[in-house]
Design a binder for this molecule. Structure first.
Ligand SMILES: Cc1ncc(COP(=O)(O)O)c(C=O)c1O
Length: 391
């Protein structure tokens, strides 16, 4: 086909997303011999029993269309898993299996928002939400978190009148913050005060928490459960980024709306991938705890390097696999990323994650310890070589 540009103007949806998007044009750079601390992808392989389940399913001919809301046994397993971890009742009617967490988030946003609706984004936060909001023709409103990474509940309450949705990332990509029970309940109180407000809680990293702290899911907000949507994914807990499987959980009438949008875009999910996902949910909780322990050791390694740097301040990550240091320098996040890449280490610009991310970079520690060690040595060398802020 011709490589020449089309002469027809793109529809407004494309222009809106292009304009709103803070995400990099390409993921992963081609800098020779660079160490990448840029990707949000666990370095370990998908657990063997999960792979074996997919192979068994393929050999058994599980290659035909699956039911459009997700395979009934998978939906039931997800419901039981959420009920067991969140300590409340969840039924399969509350669950839609989705094409990764991303498609679940997109479908939830498109199913619940009207053009022009206001959407509150506590930030810094995962950069995909603003793109989804733009796709729906709604308006993102950034609400910065407090310096210690916790929610600014006063600012959120002040912004809540007339807002339609609040999108919470918990644990937070990019800061590694895990919001306290009080913060999650504070959001519940805001929802109680504003009966038109939905909460979309992206809990992609809920299995990766450190220092023995307990994760509080928004599922626990039972008094407003008709307006709470949880999005989850198999990508991070089970190293299944390439399998493309996730889910949303909400009140049955809300899941029905979300499913309608999801199926219209995606159709049904891969049958054998869903069989493998059922197997993933049978992985013992002890294995998930071991996963957290592994990332916690890496968090400690990262913090040992960052704590020794005068020009860097960072909130200690409590979950996920990211640190979000602020670098006190004369340079923007993008310029810092460029200089760090020249110094042989790839990271993401903090400005991708919202206005208050400017001056920060995101380091991922979802890679092996030797690479983290070498990456942080290079990071330190570049940061120490930067000119301090001109007076
Ligand atoms: C906070 C958060 N939510 C959702 C996703 C999407 O994950 P996936 O589409 O692979 O399930 C990611 C991936 O990086 C993420 O960081």
């Amino acid at each position: 086909m011709s490589a020449r540009p089309s002469h027809t103007a793109p529809p407004p949806l494309v222009e809106r997303v292009r304009e709103a998007s803070r995400r990099p044009k390409t993921l992963g750079g081609a800098v020779p011999d660079a160490i990448s601390l840029a990707m949000g992808e666990p370095d370990s392989d998908t657990p063997k029993p999960v792979v074996e389940a997919a192979v068994r399913a393929l050999r058994a001919g599980r290659t035909r269309y699956s039911p459009i809301t997700g395979a009934p046994d998978l939906r039931q397993e997800i419901a039981s898993h959420l009920a067991r971890h969140g300590g409340m009742e969840v039924e399969s009617a509350n669950v839609v299996a989705t094409h990764g967490g991303s498609a679940g988030l997109a479908a939830a946003v498109l199913a619940l928002l009207n053009p022009g609706d206001r959407v509150l984004l506590p930030e810094p936060t995962y950069s995909l939400y603003a793109d989804h909001v733009a796709m729906a023709g709604a308006k993102a409103e950034w609400v910065s978190t407090l310096p210690d990474g916790s929610l600014d509940l006063r600012k959120l309450a002040a912004a809540a009148p007339e807002a339609r949705m609040l999108i919470l990332c918990n644990p937070v990509n990019p800061t590694g913050m895990v919001f306290s029970k009080a913060d999650v309940e504070g959001i519940g109180a805001i929802l109680r005060d504003h009966p038109d407000l939905y909460l979309l809680s992206d809990e992609a990293y809920s299995d990766i928490v450190f220092d023995g702290i307990a994760f509080t899911s928004a599922l626990t907000l039972t008094s407003v459960q008709d307006r709470v949507v949880i999005a989850g994914t198999f990508s991070k807990s089970y190293s299944m980024t390439g399998w493309r499987i996730g889910f949303v959980c909400a009140a049955a009438d809300v899941t029905e709306r979300i499913n309608l949008v999801h199926r219209t875009i995606n159709g049904p999910l891969s049958t054998f991938v869903q069989d493998a996902a059922v197997e993933a949910l049978r992985i013992p909780d002890d294995d998930l705890r071991a996963l957290s322990a592994r990332f916690q050791r890496r968090r400690d390694l990262v913090m040992r390097h960052l704590d020794g740097l005068d020009a860097v301040s960072v909130v200690r990550p409590l979950g996920a696999f990211y640190a979000f240091p602020r670098v006190d320098s004369a340079f923007s996040s993008l310029e810092l990323v460029r200089r760090l890449a020249d110094g042989g280490v790839l990271v993401r610009a903090g400005s991708e994650f919202g206005p208050s991310g400017e001056g920060h970079v995101r380091l991922s520690f979802a890679t092996d310890e030797a690479s983290i060690e070498e990456g942080l040595l290079r990071f330190t060398r570049v940061i120490k070589g930067l000119q301090v802020r001109p007076s």
